[in-house]
Design a protein. Structure first.
Length: 245
């Protein structure tokens, strides 16, 4: 973690001129690529994303009757699986800073949607049972603020699920993921436009620069969350789980 900032990775100044410009760059990039994001994601996940997301939600403790917030809802990929479990659109709330992504989510799902930063959730204290975030942890400005907000909006016993891609620990695993996510996926994404290619190049660079899983778990604990766990699949796909006491 960049010293004293809580940032998930050091600034990537090849994409923006100053650290303060990062949030605007990310928002604008997702706005420009929202229309093609699902096709890019299908390539990235080999078409298995829906199955994996639903499995992770269930394993983290999402159950009928819960009220769920999906932070960085994007086009609604995680929220869709949450809705399949909860079966009540009013029980699934989607939040994103990108208006482009919210527009895509609105076309796909009839759930409440909110435009906001993840670090400033416009929701009441202790108003939710479950908070999820899918593959967006690398794009926030401060993990400390993010996890403190997760804890604040959760009721006692509420659950957190953060899905991410992390650098594999083995040299072979790292080389394989770097080749696919860092080279193959951006090359294929170029067929959808230059912005899509930039998004996937940035996607890999944030994975490569992100703080390690142990630091993410530590920050969850520092925020006052308990029962910390991290499920790892294929050496790279991480599902961080926690509970508000």
């Amino acid at each position: 973690m960049e010293a004293g900032t809580g940032a998930p990775h050091a600034p990537l100044l090849g994409y923006y001129r100053a650290p303060q410009a990062r949030a605007g760059f990310v928002r604008d990039l997702f706005d420009r690529t929202a229309h093609s994001y699902d096709r890019i994601n299908g390539v990235l996940s080999f078409g298995s994303g829906g199955w994996y997301r639903r499995r992770a939600l269930l394993r983290a403790g999402l159950k009928p009757g819960d009220r769920m917030l999906d932070v960085a809802v994007g086009t609604g990929l995680v929220a869709r699986e949450g809705l399949a479990i909860l079966d009540r659109p009013a029980d699934v709330i989607g939040l994103d800073l990108s208006l482009g992504m919210l527009g895509e989510a609105r076309r796909a799902l009839a759930i409440p949607l909110i435009q906001s930063r993840a670090e400033e959730l416009p929701l009441a204290d202790a108003s939710l049972d479950f908070v999820s975030m899918g593959y967006a942890l690398r794009h926030v400005t401060d993990l400390r603020l993010l996890f403190a907000e997760f804890r604040r909006v959760l009721r006692p016993g509420g659950r957190v699920l953060v899905m991410e891609i992390a650098r594999p620990e083995s040299r072979i695993g790292y080389a394989l993921v770097k080749a696919y996510v860092g080279r193959v996926v951006p090359a294929l994404s170029r067929l959808l436009g230059a912005d899509s290619r930039t998004l996937m190049r940035y996607y890999w660079d944030t994975i490569d620069a992100c703080v390690p899983p142990a630091e993410i778990l530590r920050q969850l604990g520092e925020a006052g969350l308990q029962d910390l766990a991290c499920d790892t699949q294929l050496g790279a796909f991480r599902a961080y789980m926690a509970r508000r006491p």
